[in-house]
Write a new protein. Structure first.
Length: 402
């Protein structure tokens, strides 16, 4: 985290060993021109291409390198730099650093620091086309993207190795623009109280059995993390999921739809933005058996379910002036039509519609394909990491709030 000094965002610039390393000097300049303070970490190979002294002179900070090969330094310095960063940018990024990041390998100052940071990370790959298009590199990039790492794709053209193809570092102006886009996002929800619900419910049948659904909670957790990163004060109401909550978020667990409603009624009144990403059960068993229900061989098991409250509709009906209420519609057919109906019925300001049968969308995957519907405003987003979808939803929330 930065010192809180808003006017001078902190950028850690990671430079890896490629012919494009010299372009990182120009990137550093552009970042400084835009008002950022920049510290540089160079890999050992990067030092073969550009002298650390160049970065040191330009940045006004010592360039952190591994040239002395003293691993004990990492444990001290990497944490400090990881925390200092408001943004981490790696340009140029070799296939090697992408592979290390994907695998969580921390064997030098750069890989160690990027593993430790909670700042947004932007990567600008540059390498030979064959390496870039190799299935291993592509798989590493998809994995990193699904974890919320941002990319500036390389351009095509004449490469230093003599080939022509994709793999040229994107123009530094484009990389700098993406850096500022990410930095500007970071505090645009400061002062807002955001309530996010996530995950499935569990409706108990007896002490050992319950009825649940396929919600993993990933979309809700991504929203909580994104809102937190953008400066909001976040409360996360969570069903039983196997995810760890983002740091600094107030977590309140729930089990059943009734629990969720109770928690919503307790916390929603004080919030500016309420995002109902949880998947509450519409029905619950009429009675919860006190003892384990015994098998009766040869007889069908008949279960009577009774209707649960509609949490979103209840909260929507109580919505106060100035509150923005967001819901989800996970559909398998007539997606937009059903979603628009729920938007009205539940007094939502925005509904996030998705076809959960589409590949790459829906349950327990790291990506999603959604359409945002707010009144007459409709926006279809391409397949993207849930974290990116979360940021797009928050962008739309801020647009609605004006
Ligand atoms: N929702 C809710 N309480 C319920 C059911 C749903 O708050 N008992 C919320 C969901 O969290 C979501 C929105 O309402 O934000 C739409 O949920 P969805 O399951 O798609 O719709 P339902 O109203 O349950 O309608 P149906 O099951 O018929 O599609």
């Amino acid at each position: 985290m930065s010192t809180g000094e808003q006017s001078r965002p902190h950028v850690v610039l990671g430079v890896t060993g490629g012919i494009a390393a010299y372009k990182a000097c120009e990137l550093l300049r552009l970042l400084q021109k835009g008002g950022a303070e920049v510290q540089v970490i160079m890999t050992k190979n990067a030092c073969e291409f550009v002298s650390p002294l160049t970065f040191e002179t330009l940045s006004g900070f010592p360039a952190v390198t591994d040239t002395f090969n003293r691993p004990e330094r990492w444990s001290v310095e990497h944490v400090a730099m990881a925390k200092w960063a408001d943004l981490f940018v790696i340009a140029p990024a070799t296939a090697n650093i992408l592979a290390k990041m994907a695998a969580g390998i921390a064997d030098d100052m750069l890989s160690t620091t990027v593993l430790a940071t909670s700042a947004p990370v932007l990567v600008a790959p540059a390498m030979n086309s064959g390496m870039y298009l190799n299935a291993a590199t592509q798989a590493n990039m998809s994995l990193l993207q699904s974890r919320g790492i941002h990319f500036v794709d390389p351009a095509s053209g004449y490469l230093a190795c003599g080939d022509t193809g994709v793999g040229k570092l994107a123009p530094v102006e484009e990389i700098a623009a993406r850096c500022f886009e990410l930095l500007n996002k970071r505090q645009d929800m400061a002062g807002l109280r955001v309530l996010v619900t996530a995950g499935p419910t569990r409706e108990m049948l007896d002490p050992v059995r319950y009825i649940t659904n396929r919600s993993s909670g990933k979309m809700g957790y991504a929203l909580a993390a994104a809102a937190k990163a953008r400066g909001a004060e976040v409360t996360l109401l969570t069903g039983p999921v196997s995810l760890s909550a983002p740091a600094g978020v107030h977590v309140v667990p729930f089990l059943t739809t009734a629990d969720l409603l109770e928690a919503m009624l307790k916390y929603a009144g004080d919030c500016d933005v309420i995002i109902q990403a949880a998947a509450p059960a519409d029905y619950r068993p009429e009675a919860v058996a006190q003892q384990k229900i015994k098998k009766k061989s040869g007889e069908p098991f008949v279960l009577t379910m009774v209707e649960n409250p509609d949490v979103a509709a209840t909260v929507g009906a109580m919505k106060k002036e100035g509150q923005t209420f967001v819901g989800f519609a996970a559909e398998t057919e007539n997606v937009l039509e059903h979603a628009a109906g729920k938007l009205k019925k539940k007094h939502l300001d925005l509904i996030v519609a998705n076809d959960v049968t589409a590949p790459g969308a829906g349950f327990d995957v790291d990506t999603n394909i959604v359409t945002l519907i707010a009144g007459d405003h409709q926006q279809s987003l391409p397949l993207a990491a849930k974290r990116e979808v979360a940021d797009a939803i928050l962008d739309e929330v801020l647009r609605i709030r004006g």
